[in-house]
Ligand binder design. Structure first.
Ligand code: FE2
Length: 365
């Protein structure tokens, strides 16, 4: 029997970050990550409380929003969490149906379906709560041909940077508290109709000190993949616990951006000052045996510190940035899939030892 998909999703519509200084964040994502300016709203468009910059690269759309007043929802969010992801907006054909289907299955109401209009047409947006203060919006834009959303104007600054090759959001990971992974995996299953793709327990993902558990939830067409992590007991503090301590609760841990030329992408990012987790050269001594023949030059991968893993379907190349804000919270993964559908389990040990070295330096291990 074919299971009916009650929540068809076309893809990630956009990711909105609440940040302390959107103007500077937007410049960083332009200059360091190669995003292109797209749209803006703020004082000049009649917004008295909030400024937003919209940037795009490939199918990845990021929005950076800051408060213009001291006591707004954005200001409170930044005060508590630091810079972080507020909205994971999903592109749907019917935002009203998406809202009805998820809320009748227990989704907590954030925004009743609402039509936003301007001269370019109409966008309908609805929303439900997920872990922490994070929100899933359902965005229906089939009757809209404007630049981004009603209320925004084109943003065309003099400064432009070259793209680095990001194509789309591969997956977005949520960190939740002790014992909460199953609750949220069930939320994605029951409320949003997702299926569990993979699960890792602390035996898969532990080093001498820190451990975590993870379940990967995916929607019907696999365009949306949300791994959910919870901390696990180790000798010292789990990296997930460190995140939750600093973020003051559950939230988005990392956004994985897909490229089809990771050597070019990472070379560019490094040149522009993006900092990555370091794995020792010894990682590359045994990687050939583990992953077999690959298309890329291993010396180049080693030089750029790119990791490799293989599963039944193929292999993947990946690398992780350090957190991109002062609190050790949100970071990025750059990923190139060459057939593999998994998440780099074979790299976990090397990666976590690397994260622990960073935790040690921060005094949070
Ligand atoms: Fe990831």
């Amino acid at each position: 029997m074919i299971k009916q998909d009650f929540l068809p999703i076309n893809g990630t519509d956009y990711v909105e970050f609440y940040v302390g200084n959107a103007k500077q964040a937007a410049h960083y994502y332009q200059s360091a990550f190669g995003f292109q300016p797209l749209a803006y709203r703020g004082l000049e468009t009649g917004d008295k409380e909030k400024t937003s910059y919209v940037l795009r690269q490939g199918k990845v759309t990021f929005v950076f929003s800051s408060s213009l007043v001291p006591d707004s929802e954005i200001a409170q969010h930044c005060n508590l969490h630091g810079d972080g992801v507020k909205y994971i907006a999903l592109w749907v054909d019917d935002a009203t149906k998406s809202f009805n289907e998820t809320t009748k299955r227990g989704g907590k109401v954030y925004l009743e379906p609402k039509a936003y209009k301007d001269n370019s047409g109409e966008v309908v947006i609805s929303g439900i709560h997920t872990y922490g203060e994070t929100i899933h919006l359902f965005v229906e834009r089939k009757n809209y041909n404007g630049i981004f959303l009603p209320g925004f104007i084109p943003w065309n600054p003099v400064y432009k940077s070259e793209e680095v090759g990001f194509k789309f959001v591969d997956h977005m990971v949520g960190n939740v508290g002790w014992g909460e992974m199953n609750t949220w995996a069930k939320f994605y299953q029951d409320v949003m109709g997702f299926e569990q793709l993979i699960s890792f327990d602390d035996k898969d993902i532990s080093t001498e000190y820190s451990a975590l558990m993870s379940k990967v939830m995916a929607n019907n067409n696999m365009r949306i993949k949300f791994p959910i992590n919870e901390p696990a007991k180790g000798k010292k503090k789990s990296q997930i616990e460190e995140y939750i301590d600093f973020y003051k609760g559950p939230g988005v841990q990392h956004v994985a951006l897909a490229t089809d030329n990771i050597i070019h992408t990472v070379g560019e990012l490094r040149r522009r000052g993006v900092e990555f987790l370091y794995v020792p050269d010894t990682y590359y001594d045994s990687v050939g045996q583990r992953v077999g023949i690959i298309d890329e030059n291993l010396d180049l991968l080693k030089k750029l510190n790119i990791l490799i893993d293989r599963d039944e379907e193929g292999y993947l190349l990946q690398i992780f940035t350090k957190p991109v804000e002062d609190r050790p919270t949100v970071f990025y993964e750059i990923i190139q899939r060459k057939g593999a559908l998994s998440f780099g389990k074979g790299n976990f040990k090397a990666l976590f030892e690397s994260i622990e070295r960073e935790q040690e330096r921060r005094g949070t291990l």
